[in-house]
Write a new protein. Structure first.
Ligand code: AGV
Ligand code: CA
Length: 336
């Protein structure tokens, strides 16, 4: 069994990553944090709770990130979390789910007794309480992990590896902001100091930068294949719906939407989808390249440098349509 703590930031593909991790039979999620970066915090927490519940894991309470990076994400991207929170596929359970948009569960109303810990404290608590070392998967900025390392340096020995979606090594970045040179990727640009703090640790780091994720755009074919393989209400339908909501990105930004975070999560299921190199790197924290990962530092990182899109598609479809990929949803469909 692999123990995993996921720190995501509520984007459409972050949620696909969450679904993949929930579907791996050999992975146990010990905790989930939501960073208020590529999302609005409340709806992203609500969606996370609903997905955990559908997967039969409502024993995990999503922890709210209270740290803010210095470079906010565009609001046009952040509001996706509001739309997802109202998707029928996440809200059709017979009993009202916790955080349902119109029917809040009284037991989940904040009170001194049931207030969740802030994400960076939840991360430390879950990692320190785990019976064996935990793999931390970060599909958003690294603010929580950085603060957690500052407050609890002893978590280092309880973390097996950190798997990060971020950076652009030998390809263009995806930050398009006045005063920035475009060489950074958004997750590390949001909080460059946090990235440097994580780089300064001695944790084993595996990086999924744009060099690899550029090989896996969300395509009509991918969504169609996943949809045809899916059973109603199951894990594959949830991910196909999330990815369907990404269409229009190219028309608005001139770039496709990629399987950035789901490819990163697939590291836990099949690390053979990507080719890896060990690269000495550093983080730029100020000036027009802030947030950039550069070659030539002294921090060795295991970097995914390319990905096989067909292998990724096969892996996702097999994982999400496995007969036991989503036990609670199957139960629910047959009960309904
Ligand atoms: O830079 C990639 C990261 C991933 O973690 N996110 C999206 C994924 O969750 C930021 C991002 C870059 N371009 C975007 C992004 C876009 N066009 N829409 C939404 N988010
Ligand atoms: Ca993300």
């Amino acid at each position: 069994m692999t123990l995993v703590y996921l720190d995501h930031d509520g984007g459409l593909d972050d949620l696909a990553a969450l679904q993949l991790l929930l579907s791996y039979q050999h992975v146990t999620l010990v905790g989930v944090a939501v960073t208020p970066a590529d999302c609005l915090l409340e709806p992203a927490l609500s969606v996370t709770a609903k997905m955990l519940r559908l997967a039969g894991r409502d024993d995990v309470r999503a922890a709210p990130g209270i740290l803010e990076g210095r470079n906010p994400f565009p609001m046009a991207w952040r509001v996706d979390s509001l739309r997802v929170d109202h998707l029928p596929i996440l809200n059709s359970a017979r009993r009202p789910s916790p955080g349902h948009p119109s029917e809040p569960d009284p037991a989940r109303r904040p009170s001194a007794a049931n207030m969740p810990l802030p994400a960076h404290k939840d991360l430390a608590r879950k990692v320190l309480a785990a019976p064996e070392p935990v793999t931390v998967v970060c599909t958003g900025p690294l603010s929580n992990l950085a603060r957690s390392l500052d407050e609890h340096p002893d978590i280092e020995e309880k973390i097996r590896e950190v798997v990060i979606m971020g950076g652009a090594l030998d390809v263009d970045g995806n930050v398009d902001r006045p005063g920035h040179d475009g060489d950074a990727e958004w997750n590390l640009f949001w909080d460059p100091d946090a990235a440097r703090r994580v780089w300064q640790s001695s944790l084993p780091l595996t990086l999924y930068p744009l060099d690899a994720t550029n090989h896996v755009p969300v395509t009509s074919e991918l969504v169609g294949d996943l949809t045809r393989a899916a059973s109603p209400g199951g894990a594959a339908t949830i991910v196909a719906t999330l990815w369907a909501m990404t269409f229009g990105t190219w028309e608005c930004t001139g770039q496709p939407y990629y399987c950035w975070d789901s490819l990163t999560a697939s590291h836990l299921g099949d690390a053979g989808i990507c080719r890896f190199e060990t690269v000495e790197t550093a983080i730029v924290t100020s000036g027009p390249s802030q947030g950039r990962v550069v070659r030539g530092g002294d921090r060795a990182v295991n970097v995914a440098v390319s990905a096989d899109p067909d292998a990724f598609a096969r892996h996702v479809i097999a994982t999400l349509t496995g007969s036991d990929a989503h036990p609670a949803a199957v139960e629910q469909a047959s009960a309904g």
